[in-house]
Ligand binder design. Structure first.
Ligand SMILES: *Cc1c(COP(=O)(O)O)cnc(C)c1O
Length: 468
């Protein structure tokens, strides 16, 4: 079969190979890359993957999207290295919470959040492909919490890659900060910026807009719009749906959602032929997606700080991929919706498109009170201590059951409770402890730079650290 080409959701950029898409962020026209078609896993392949090791499923799924730059031996090496660092051999193990209710634990990676699943694979793919192209890259990222830690861990010590993460000083949890600042590697830098997350993000955007700077440090990104991250996340929907499906019957998923990357990977698994049923978007009080799916109005509404901060977002960037695919690749329609969004007005999802989306997706919202109650109730009923993001997911799962959803239902547990100890303790009275491998986190030496919210200062620090 010929390799899959990737096209932009806005229809005005040239098609690229997987290898190019991996190292490119946004398309030049502002769109996100999607495959021209979804590779199907044959019935025989699916049968062979049921109960197979995670890495074997990853080979089948990731292997279906890459191009000839990734031969079987090199891809196997990358996948083994990426997932060998997980604390659980199943990578994404299932826990049973009720007769047909399950939780998929995605927090067994090095930084205890689901972002490790994708980032560890990028940490293998980037250096390999940069080396082949005789290039190097400086990744600059802004983080409000989990992404920075996962990226730092994945890139630490990787040849050809430098990484610098900006975080808002004093505004991320100590666990989150320590996962970034205690990694002793020459190619890692952290800058604590005197400002908030939006200031950090604005600094990164400004650096990408500066051609001189971009070339000088060979600027790159690892944000959640990277297609390779979606592909890596598709794997665990394939493995778990095959485990739980009864004779090919669909398995439903409930996904704590922010940027729509994780749940979109479930949609990809479904397109590939895995027995994935309904996909349930779980939002916290930042409920743009819940409102959009229920009313058809996609309208930003400001960001509220919640106890599930990794879902505190204003706009879900990966939703654009769904809009494009569910509208039969109507790039013009996507462009006009995104123009309206940029103007701050939002847009109305056309009826036919909304109906098509609701064929696969539904949504529920949890407020802060319900999220806390769910943490307490889950501990009482099942003995499981869960983090606030997972609790938002379980509130949505309960909503779907109350509305009559039947069949196996898997809620994604996206972070370890010890990543959010204060919120978990406030809700349950129990202070979660770190897993043994990272128990010394609070004793490790932190290294970071500090800077005012000033572009010249921050870009100067990055140049000094990494420019040849
Ligand atoms: C990033 C994140 C999410 C949201 O995932 P998206 O792909 O952005 O929808 C949920 N929970 C946790 C813990 C996260 O880190």
């Amino acid at each position: 079969m010929t390799a899959i080409a990737y096209r932009s959701t806005r229809g005005q950029s040239p098609e690229l190979t997987f290898d190019d898409v991996l190292l490119t962020g946004l398309a030049p026209d502002g769109g996100l890359y999607v495959p021209e078609r979804f590779p199907r896993l044959s019935d025989e392949t699916l049968k062979g993957l049921a109960g197979a090791p995670y890495t074997k499923a990853a080979m089948a799924v990731v292997g279906a999207f890459v191009d000839e730059a990734f031969d079987e031996a090199s891809l196997t090496g990358m996948i083994d290295a990426a997932y060998g660092r997980f604390l659980h051999p199943a990578v994404a193990p299932l826990t049973q919470l009720g007769a047909d209710d399950f939780m998929m634990e995605l927090h067994h990676g090095p930084t205890l959040a689901f972002k490790d699943v994708a980032m560890q694979l990028l940490g293998q793919m980037f250096p390999a492909r940069l080396k082949a192209r005789g290039r190097r890259m400086t990744i600059v990222a802004a983080t409000s919490g989990d992404t920075g830690g996962a990226a730092v861990d994945a890139m630490a010590g990787q040849p050809g890659v430098n990484i610098c993460v900006l975080h808002p000083e004093g505004r991320i949890s100590e666990v989150q900060r320590r996962f970034m600042t205690t990694v002793a590697a020459d190619n890692v830098h952290n800058i604590a910026v005197k400002g908030n997350f939006d200031d950090c993000q604005a600094l990164v955007k400004a650096m990408f807009a500066d051609d001189d700077f971009r070339d000088a440090v060979q600027l790159g990104a690892v944000n959640s719009i990277n297609w390779a991250r979606i592909v890596a996340q598709t794997v665990y929907y394939v493995t778990t749906s095959l485990t739980l499906s009864r004779g090919g019957a669909p398995v439903h998923y409930c996904v704590p959602t922010g940027n729509f990357g994780d749940i979109f990977a479930g949609y990809v698994a479904k397109q590939m032929g895995a027995p994935v049923g309904h996909l349930i978007v779980a939002t916290n009080e930042n409920d743009i997606l819940d409102r959009a799916l229920r009313t058809g109005d996609y309208k930003p509404d400001g960001v509220r700080a919640t106890q599930s901060p990794s879902m505190d977002i204003q706009v879900s960037s990966n939703f654009e991929r769904l809009l494009y695919l569910a509208s039969d690749e109507d790039a013009e329609a996507v462009r006009s919706m995104m123009t309206a969004l940029k103007s701050g007005q939002g847009f109305a999802i056309p009826d036919a498109l909304g109906q098509s989306i609701r064929g696969d997706f539904s949504s529920y919202r949890s407020d802060e009170g319900a999220t806390g109650e769910m943490m307490a109730r889950t501990l009482k009923d099942t003995g499981e201590l869960i983090d606030p993001h997972t609790a938002v997911g379980l509130v949505a799962a309960a909503g779907a059951r109350a509305d009559g959803l039947e069949g196996p239902l898997v809620t994604l547990s996206t972070a370890h409770p010890a990543k959010f100890p204060d919120a978990v303790e406030a809700a349950t009275g129990v202070r979660p402890t770190l897993p043994p491998r990272v128990r010394d986190l609070y004793g490790r030496k932190e290294v970071m730079l500090a800077a005012p919210n000033d572009l010249g200062t921050v870009s100067g620090l990055i140049r000094e650290a990494f420019a040849p």
